[in-house]
Design a binder for this molecule. Structure first.
Ligand code: PEP
Length: 255
């Protein structure tokens, strides 16, 4: 079955509101006629409202990069699903390796967040991936199995396909060391099979993205892979022209 690819730009902690406005005005005309691909920008919290307003009626969706699993509470510095929904945000990146490694985000919290996001009407992008040490030790599949099974643990079976899963080898994030097409395909197909084991048939529907040093030069090859349904793009998404080129490669590689 053909799955509509999703290309999501993870801005991380880049772009003030003024910079985001300039960027989106450069991006929108470049993707206005790109059919057959979903495009999202995952912006800092501070730029969400401005980007939702500036992209209304366009083919660009706006995602957050994280959220807390509780609806409200004494959690200084955090933002909840209802707060994102109020802004009309479409989805949220969950369990990014930078959140897990730098901010101690635990698998258990990520699993809770995935469920809460879905219940609130936000589309989650669940990030999974192995470290270089784990890959060298032959532990990639064990790590992916653990993160996928735990991340999807609370999701009702019939909603599993609403979670996009981003396979992001940690050694490829922000390093310029992209996975080979063989590595990306093998891992994406393994992730898809894990979803199939949770609910037969949904593996064909779930979107599996690749993330890790995707750029306009390598996107076409990665996005043409049978089990790769799009990309989560960090650095190369910060420039509107290169992000639009990656989205175009996803459209061309679909099917
Ligand atoms: C990311 O932030 O998820 C990412 C993949 O970053 P980069 O594209 O810069 O490697």
């Amino acid at each position: 079955m053909s799955r509509t690819p999703l290309v999501a730009g993870n801005w991380k902690m880049y772009k003030t509101v003024a910079e985001a406005e300039r960027y989106i005005q450069a991006l929108l005309p470049r993707v206005a006629s790109l059919e057959g691909v979903e495009i999202a920008v995952c912006t800092p919290f501070t730029a969400l409202q401005a980007m939702v307003d500036s992209t209304r009626g366009t083919r660009v969706g706006v995602y957050a990069q994280n959220m807390h699993e509780a609806a409200e509470g004494a959690f200084t510095g955090e933002v909840s699903a209802p707060m994102l929904v109020e802004l009309d945000v479409a989805g949220v990146v969950l369990g990014h390796s930078e959140r897990r490694q730098l901010f101690g985000e635990a698998d258990r919290a990520v699993a809770q967040k995935v469920l809460v996001a879905l219940q609130a009407g936000l589309r989650p992008i669940l990030c999974v991936g192995e470290t270089e040490e784990e890959r060298l030790a032959g532990d990639t599949e064990r790590k992916l199995r653990h993160q996928v099974q735990e991340g999807l643990e609370h999701v009702p079976q019939e909603r599993l396909s609403e979670v996009a899963i981003a396979y992001e080898p940690i050694w490829a994030i922000g390093t310029g060391r992209v996975a080979t097409p063989e590595q990306a395909q093998e891992a994406a197909s393994f992730v898809r099979a894990l979803v199939g084991a949770l609910h037969k048939g949904l593996d064909e529907q779930v979107k599996v993205l690749y993330g890790g040093s995707v750029n306009p030069g390598n996107a076409a090859e990665l996005l043409a892979l049978a089990d790769v349904d799009g990309a989560l793009v960090g650095g190369a998404s910060l420039d509107a022209e290169s992000f639009a080129a990656i989205a175009t490669a996803a459209r061309d590689g679909a099917g």
